[in-house]
Structures are given as C-alpha cells and as structure tokens.
Design a protein around this ligand. Structure first.
Ligand SMILES: [Zn+2]
Length: 211
C-alpha cells in the first residue's frame, strides 16, 4: 500500500484499475477495487495493512476494472458497496448502456463479467455523504451513474477523465456514454479546484493552476 497523503493510500494489489483506501475518522473507505482477478490479493493487502476497518466501498462506475474485486472485499469485510443508481440498473440487467459500443462491450464481457456484490445505490441527482467529510457526487458521462468521490479537497475521479499536462481530458470517445455530460463533469471537477486528482488509471496528479 502506497501512501498518497496521510489519509489516502493506493493499493499495490489492484489489477487493471486503481483502488484507493481512505482513512476517514474511525473507519476506512475503499474507492474502486480493480479487476476480479486481483480480488484475493486485494483482500490480503487490506488484511495485512494496519488500517481502520473497511466499512464502505464506493465504486465510481460499473466497468469491471473498477467493480471487479468488490464482491471479494465485501465477503471479507462485510462492507457496504455503493454504486450510482443508473450503473446498478445496468449491472443488474434492468437497463442497457446508452451507446451501441457500450452495449457491445457489456455483451462481449469486455474485461470480464465479475461476480456482483450486494450493491447499495447512490442517487444520481444528489450528493451522498458516505462518512463525515467523504462525499460521492454524481459525475455522469463515462457511464450514466458515474460518481466522483471527494475527500479533503482531493477528487477520486474514476474514469470521468484522465490528467494530461496538468489538465483533465476526456477518455477516447468510444468509451464515453454521453459526451455532453462527460464535458460538463470535467468542467465541474475543474471548477471545484481539487488539490489532488486520484484517477482510475495512472498515478495521482495535480492540475495546473487556472489561468
Ligand atoms: Zn477503468
């Protein structure tokens, strides 16, 4: 586990996508989990670390490289696993992704079809305070139920964007469910002036000062 700040750590064991651990008061919160294939190692890393108990797992969105290990973590810890309501509907098969490419990705089990944890839906039209000071805010675009997690001015942005040259930029178009929403989400993150960006892929980074 790598220390990012005194309360944020990045897991070494997560595969495919980043998993972050936040020590928030009297408990730990995991943000994303990586692929299912990393599940056992993620559980072992959490068990070996001297951390407060993991009570909540917040998934930024439904893609298997973020959701994958959540079922294993939930089995090991009993944590509540949160995911945006629209993404919960897609994972449960109650709704289809909005684009043809994303429907094909789901059908072809792109990045696998992980076992689903018991999911608790985050509202897609309001912020949710998971624990005092740690907030999941709707940030749709990449997927309809995508959320951004905020903690002490740091933004866990999932795949809402990636950081390039100190700026937030879009993922390739075929991965985006709604381009206008994705642009609005990036604008909203930037406007909130995060002091640190914790992306779903790649290393934590800072944005260049606004000009
Ligand atoms: Zn991803």
């Amino acid at each position: 586990m790598r220390e990012v700040t005194d309360s944020i750590h990045r897991l070494d064991a997560a595969r495919g996508g980043n998993a972050y651990l936040v020590e928030a008061g009297d408990r730990s919160v995991l943000v994303d989990t990586g692929l299912a294939s990393g599940g056992e190692k993620v559980v072992a890393e959490l068990a070996a670390a001297r951390i407060l108990p993991v009570m909540d797992v917040v998934l930024t969105h439904y893609d298997p490289d973020h959701v994958g290990a959540a079922a294993a973590v939930q089995r090991a810890t009993g944590a509540t696993v949160w995911l945006g309501a629209a993404d919960v509907r897609i994972l449960r098969g109650d709704a289809l992704p909005p684009t043809r490419t994303r429907r094909a990705m789901l059908r072809m089990r792109w990045l696998g079809k992980p076992e689903l944890p018991e999911l608790t839906a985050l509202p897609d039209d309001a912020e949710t305070e998971i624990v005092p000071g740690l907030v999941a805010a709707p940030g749709p675009g990449h997927t309809p139920g995508h959320h951004i997690v905020w903690w002490r001015g740091a933004a866990f942005i999932g795949d809402a964007a990636r950081v390039s040259g100190g700026r937030l930029v879009n993922f390739p178009g075929f991965l985006i469910s709604d381009r206008a929403q994705a642009d609005a989400t990036i604008a909203a993150i930037s406007a909130s002036r995060p002091r640190l960006i914790l992306p779903g892929h790649g290393v934590p980074d800072r944005l260049a000062p606004a000009d």
